[in-house]
Design a protein around this ligand. Structure first.
Ligand code: ADP
Ligand code: MG
Length: 631
């Protein structure tokens, strides 16, 4: 047995250091936070070899006087904390433990160069494994540069990171991106070796930052969130941007949550956000989001452990509702029309115009508070105008139908056209032009050309109806004239009874009839027309073997029903059928996307089309006028 002995000071320090400096990532985090605390507006980070060989952080902040530098490397020395009271009341600064620099210096070789902007010279301080090597005056730019070399060279931890350099580099990239979102007014640059990994302008504009962090395509899909509510504890507010449902990612890594501008990890916030997308996303897909939650300081408890900032709210329900309703409201604003974007590759790209493809020309400036989708999305209140259209054209219907039939009979025609002179319809109303490929309704609205996927639109109409009936617990049922007898395979029999409550909730009534036999007496009314025995068997099998009979599964069931019962593509519709579909669809919530998350309608803006024809867009007065007399 080894005798008990005191650990050497060196070992104790290394253990303590390990708590703060657990990885190259945490070195970067501590140094960048120090730069921000020093009021920097420009922070440059360079890493070599995943940060293991070198982390270098340069900032243009306040800097330190020469005599302050050694103090900064003494344990529990900090310029950021006067009393415990300050700590509790005001956590403006990011670090306050006064441990980072000494800890880092214990396990690496550090060169700390700093100059106060008002001074002519600064100083360069060199410390290795906690031992001061030198400290001299030097000429240097204002601000501070910290170089951390050979991290963990004197501990076994180095080996651990040697194998995960590229992973560490991407974690660092993600950290810097997150920090950039928490400080949009600071310009950040991250280099790995010679490669620029991330660069932000620091102009304070969130949309620009989203382009810099992700891409233009992502930025284009984003809609603004802005909401507030007052709780008994004070005012809560939420601002930021979330992606339209057609743009999703396979993980939550693209969700940045900030509470009082501090980057946090919060399942509660993510879940509240994702609930707002309910019925709009495929399984395993997650929206992109940058959300800034502002709450009274007493409302929130942030665990400030360097590696993970978990957050706890005093009143989680309020926060949950703020995020859910805020996001939902934004999604509704953007829900009706998916706008065709020229050369937009991430979202479904239907066609590409040759010629004009300059984003800034085609969409409003990113600094404007509205996105194209929001600005042009169809406003619910104006949609209701359609019925008057129907009345005014009612008399012509018969004649139109005849013409239409003539045209549909010609197999050469791709577009079934309703013989109508298309002039701009009344504001907000759809005017049907015809049907394209017997699959898409072609309509005009506010001077724009809209293609509506008839199957997807109908699917959404049915799905929303089901969802509504389900939430009211009032799925209309009908009795089958001839009850369907189900003789179950014996392998099913054991678990089948667990399905019964779910089937009941979904509008089916089954009764046991002998050992492995059930009779289906009632089915949901909406299925009456489409009910097929085979389909029902498939459904049961799927439910039984997926072993998930939760709410979501039921919704999936509804989606399957909706899909099954909706009009199909390649199905010719009469004008009345088209109008009925469009009218119902307009009144449906979440109408912009089918239950599987695909866009239902694609809108071609008038100006956009005119540009395609090389005509000048814009003013309605010179509509149709050629660009010049020569043309
Ligand atoms: P803390 O940040 O908790 O105070 P640190 O060990 O991270 O502890 O830093 C110690 C002190 O060094 C800080 O309080 C600050 O005064 C000074 N300091 C560190 N980095 C910088 C920097 N980039 N610019 C100016 N001062 C800095
Ligand atoms: Mg610090």
């Amino acid at each position: 047995m080894t005798p008990i002995r005191e650990l050497s000071q060196e070992v104790t320090e290394q253990i303590a250091a390990g708590e703060v400096v657990e990885s190259p990532l945490s070195v970067v985090k501590e140094l960048v936070e120090n730069s921000l605390d020093a009021g920097a507006t420009k922070v440059e980070v360079r890493i070599e070899n995943g940060g293991l060989d070198e982390v270098r952080v340069f900032d243009n902040g306040y800097g330190l006087e020469k005599e302050e530098v050694p103090l900064a490397f003494r344990r529990h020395a900090t310029s950021k904390l006067d009393s415990l009271e300050t700590l509790i009341q005001d956590l403006h600064t990011l670090g306050f433990r006064g441990e980072a620099l000494p800890s880092i210096a214990t396990v690496s070789r550090v060169i700390f160069t700093s100059r106060k902007p008002a001074k002519l010279v600064g100083s360069i301080f060199h410390i290795e494994a906690g031992e001061i090597i030198s400290h001299e005056e030097t000429g240097c730019p204002p601000g501070t540069e910290v170089i951390v070399r050979d991290l963990f060279f004197n501990t076994p931890a180095r080996k651990k990171f040697a194998q995960s350099r590229s992973r560490e580099a991407s974690r660092i990239a993600q950290l810097i991106t997150g920090i950039a979102f928490s400080h949009p007014e600071v310009s950040f640059t991250l280099y790995h070796g010679k490669k620029t990994i991330f660069k932000s302008s620091g102009d304070g504009n969130l949309q620009n930052l989203i382009i810099e962090a992700y891409s233009r395509e992502v930025a284009q899909s984003m809609v603004t969130v802005s909401t507030a509510r007052s709780a008994s504890e004070g005012e809560l507010s939420l601002k930021g941007m979330i992606s339209a449902p057609y743009l999703t990612r396979s993980s939550r890594r693209y969700q940045t949550m900030l509470v009082n501008r501090r980057l946090v990890y919060s399942p509660l916030l993510s879940q509240a956000l994702e609930r707002a997308y309910y019925g709009l996303l495929k399984k395993g897909r997650f929206p992109v989001a940058v959300l800034y939650l502002q709450v009274p300081p007493a409302f929130v408890d942030v665990n400030i452990h360097p590696a993970k900032s978990e957050v706890r709210f005093q009143n989680p329900k309020e926060v949950n509702q703020l995020v859910f309703y805020g996001a939902k409201e934004s999604l509704q604003r953007c829900s009706t029309a998916y706008y065709f974007q020229e050369e937009n590759r991430s979202s479904p790209s239907y066609y590409t115009f040759k010629g004009s493809s300059n984003l800034s020309e085609n969409s409003p400036s990113f600094s404007s508070p509205n996105f194209p989708m929001e600005a042009r999305s169809m406003d619910k209140t104006t949609n209701y105008g359609t019925s008057s259209l129907q009345n005014s054209t009612g008399e012509k219907d018969k004649a139109e139908k005849e013409v239409q039939q003539k045209i549909t009979d010609s197999s050469l025609e791709l577009v079934t056209r309703v013989d109508r002179n298309i002039v701009p319809s009344e504001k907000g109303a759809f005017q049907i032009i015809g049907q394209y490929l017997a699959s898409y309704l072609v309509a005009e609205k506010n001077g724009d050309l809209v293609l509506i996927d008839q199957h997807a639109a109908h699917e959404r109409v049915i799905y929303e109806k089901l969802r509504q009936e389900h939430s009211l617990h009032s799925i209309s049922r009908v009795q089958l004239a001839v009850p369907l007898t189900l003789e179950l395979p014996s392998s099913w029999a054991d678990n089948f009874s667990t399905l019964l409550p779910w089937l009941e909730e979904g509008g089916f009534h089954l009764e046991l009839f002998g050992r492995n036999t059930y009779v289906v007496r009632e089915i949901p009314a909406f299925l009456m027309e489409f009910f097929e025995e085979q389909f029902f068997w498939d459904l049961l099998e799927e439910m039984l073997f997926s072993e998930r009979y939760d709410h979501e599964e039921l919704m999936d069931l509804f989606k399957a029903f909706a899909c099954k019962s909706a009009v199909k593509a390649h199905q010719k519709l009469s004008l009345e059928e088209m109008e009925e579909l469009i009218n119902k669809w307009q009144l449906t919530s979440n109408s912009g996307y089918c239950p599987h998350g695909r866009p239902v309608a694609v809108t071609f803006g008038k100006e956009q089309l005119q540009r395609g024809f090389q005509r000048r867009g814009g003013g309605s007065n010179n509509e149709g006028k050629p660009r010049s007399k020569k043309e």
